[in-house]
Design a protein around this ligand. Structure first.
Ligand code: PEP
Ligand code: MN
Length: 264
């Protein structure tokens, strides 16, 4: 099948995803404090990431665990991003929060748990910001595309798809990174496709090789968790890269990008 020409999506004032430049979205899993967010963002920006990630609204598997700071977290994220001249991506877990998150973020993230929350998707179709739609861990590729259609039909065609691994019988990695979805989605639609090697593997040692493989496979960007003190993180510290690991990875990714005719 023929590859589609990837749709270009504008993020913030001067970032484009889907073109020759690969976009790296990096930062902590969850916004915890100004200091941690600042340290993470600064390291990510110095290394070449232009988009700061961080959750303010978190859906957690285990009841009683940290659910994020809400608007306070969004304020920290925006402040740090402005200081570092970065754009912001943050998750929306409920349609009622779309306006609030849109006030602070440049990209609205739909987490894997909500990929088939069609009411949320329809509401995001009316949002004024691009949407990053993560593949559900049990969703087929066709279902991911139907989810995207729910957003698009309601008026918002600024959609970025994200492969973040699926649930299989394998238990030694957090999920199974289904990397073939990247070139396959390029045949099936024109949305940019990015890969999240952090949630896909759940292991910092596996993030760099899978990030490199994703770029080699044609991904338009990456979503990577970076934390200055992973052991103290309130969410997903076990899979976070520390700044020096992220810096090393970014240097390597630049070479892979060049080899496939792109740049970082
Ligand atoms: C995230 O990126 O913050 C996240 C919660 O990931 P996922 O929805 O893929 O589990
Ligand atoms: Mn996380």
């Amino acid at each position: 099948m023929k590859k589609h020409k990837t749709r270009l999506i504008k993020i913030g004032n001067n970032i484009v995803i889907g073109g020759k430049e690969i976009q790296i979205m990096a930062g902590p899993c969850t916004v915890e404090t100004y200091e941690y967010t600042k340290k993470s963002a600064h390291a990510c920006r110095i290394a070449g990431a232009k988009i700061l990630r961080g959750g303010a609204f978190k859906l957690r598997t285990m009841p009683g665990t940290f659910k994020g700071l809400g608007e306070k977290g969004l304020k920290i994220l925006r402040k740090v991003a402005n200081e570092e001249k970065m754009a912001v991506i943050s998750e929306v877990i409920d349609a009622k929060d779309i306006d609030l998150v849109s006030k602070y973020a440049d990209v609205l993230q739909v987490g894997e748990r909500n990929m088939q929350n069609t009411l949320l998707l329809e509401a995001l179709g009316k949002a004024k910001k691009p949407v990053l739609l993560k593949r559900g861990k049990s969703a087929q590729i066709s279902e991911l595309l139907y989810a995207a259609e729910y957003i698009a039909r309601n008026g918002n065609q600024n959609i970025i798809l994200c492969e973040r691994g699926i649930r299989t019988f394998e238990n030694d990695t957090r999920a199974t990174l289904a990397l073939a979805s990247v070139p396959l989605l390029k045949e099936m639609c024109d949305y940019p496709v990015i890969v999240d090697p952090s949630h896909a593997t759940g292991k910092p040692s596996l993030v760099p090789p899978m990030a490199k493989a994703a770029i080699a496979a044609g991904a338009d960007g990456l979503l990577i968790e970076v934390h200055p003190e992973p052991k103290k993180a309130l969410c997903d510290g076990f899979q976070a890269l520390i700044p020096v690991e992220f810096l090393k990875l970014m240097k390597e990714l630049k070479l892979i990008a060049k080899a496939v005719g792109k740049k970082i």
